[in-house]
Design a protein around this ligand. Structure first.
Ligand code: ADP
Length: 403
């Protein structure tokens, strides 16, 4: 079965077409700057293989429908297409960030799902409108193809109330559904299964702390294969220090900024989500640039790195306390997979709690799943590459088989 995975944002559509018999990626790409004066489309055939071929288009792309038309044109192109016709696209999986507590599993798209996603816009104002645009266009262009929504929040729907409630007036939860939802669930779910496989035990028996460190970062406390706590909250703002998001911060900063600087709620929201984190501390949001700056003696970049490691350590420590027995700490995503310094800072000082990183194994450049703990470490420390698109495609197939 060929599954087209779509991650549609407000002005972009990222996609991957996978052949699920082999789980190979046939092509992938991104339409960007939809609705702007000049948009772009980058399309890769057989990405990350020897036969990789890249096509780039630069032109105005008025809306999501025009963007999808361009994508379909390239996928089915007579010369460079990876399939002969649209009929060979047999299912579509949509990535959805906010599923609230309405969705506790991936599900087939129908009018009810679209209605529920529309009602969830207040809880996911940044992402859900873009997802809905993608669903609308895909249903219009592929009326006969079954479509499935896969949610970032679903994996965390197993959190108990003590972990997901905020200690705010209870009415806010009842009236507005103000609670912690958690995100990156597709990634945490994927690496949980992969880590369990690596450890040679059923996922249902695995106690893990999964550490997704990318532009956005979150941690998940996994007991018996299920999420029982996670660092992101109502929105992806809470928790770890990220590229441009501050993570945990005292809510009283809001009124102070309002009073002292005359900032509006929108401006403060922008400040905490887009001007903070690494960028706010040292002016750089990409971890590679931060390392370069540290090497040149930049004290603020050093501070950003230290704050990042310290926050990660605090979270790992708190999840160790929650879990008691832990099989493995699992690092994933851009920083988690590639940055030995970030991993070392995140585990530093936790040796007495059973986490012993092997210096050389941590430094070794390798692809694929690997164990970087010392042989005698009571807790394993794993690096597991995440693959959210593959997880979405797998869940799409699973939902359609179950139907
Ligand atoms: P996203 O959250 O956008 O999916 P990624 O998972 O791709 O992000 O992670 C992006 C982050 O990973 C960036 O901060 C980038 O600097 C970092 N990164 C990627 N490769 C490396 C590397 N080799 N060393 C250190 N950091 C890296």
């Amino acid at each position: 079965m060929n599954v087209l995975v779509i991650n549609s944002g407000s002005s972009s559509i990222k996609y991957q077409l996978l052949d699920m018999r082999t789980e190979h990626v046939l092509c992938s790409g991104a339409v960007e700057r939809i609705g702007e004066a000049v948009g772009s489309l980058t399309h890769k055939i057989a990405p990350s293989t020897e036969g990789e071929d890249k096509i780039t288009l630069t032109q105005p792309i008025a809306d999501h429908e025009e963007g999808m038309h361009l994508v379909i044109g390239l996928i089915t192109d007579a010369e460079k297409g990876v399939v002969k016709s649209m009929d060979e696209i047999e299912a579509i999986g949509h990535r959805i960030v906010q599923g609230g507590d309405v969705f506790n599993a991936s599900c087939r798209v129908d009018d009810r799902v679209v209605d529920e996603l529309t009602k969830l816009i207040p809880l996911g104002p940044v992402h859900n409108p873009g997802h809905l645009a993608g669903i609308r266009v895909a249903r219009h262009l592929f009326p006969k193809v079954p479509q499935v929504t896969v949610f970032d929040t679903v994996f965390h729907q197993t959190m108990p109330p003590r972990a997901y409630m905020y200690a705010l007036p209870y009415e806010l939860y009842e009236e507005l559904k103000v609670r912690r939802y958690g995100f990156h669930g597709t990634s945490h779910a994927y690496v949980t299964k992969e880590a369990a496989r690596f450890l040679g035990k059923p996922a249902e028996e695995a106690n893990l702390i999964t550490v997704h460190l990318g532009n956005g970062s979150s941690m998940c406390c996994v007991q018996n294969g299920k999420s029982i706590d996670t660092s992101m909250g109502l929105t992806p703002l809470e928790g770890l220090i990220m590229g441009t998001r501050c993570g945990d911060a005292d809510l009283a900063i809001y009124p102070l900024l309002g009073a002292a600087k005359g900032l509006s709620i929108e401006e403060i929201n922008d400040l905490t989500n887009k001007q903070s984190g690494f960028k706010g501390i040292c002016g750089k949001n990409d971890m590679r640039d931060i390392h370069e700056a540290v090497a040149q003696g930049d004290a603020k970049a050093r501070l950003a790195l230290d704050m990042f490691g310290y926050r990660n350590r605090k979270y790992i420590g708190s999840y160790l306390a929650v879990l008691g027995r832990v099989d493995a700490i699992v690092f994933t995503a851009g920083i988690g997979e590639n940055d030995p310094v970030a991993r070392e800072l995140s585990c530093r000082g936790l040796e007495h709690l059973g986490i012993r990183l092997d210096h050389d194994r941590n430094l070794a450049q390798a692809r694929g799943a690997r164990d970087i703990a010392t042989s005698d470490s009571p807790v394993r420390v794993l690096v597991i590459p995440t693959n959210e698109e593959l997880e979405i495609a797998r869940q799409t197939v699973e939902v359609l088989r179950a139907n």
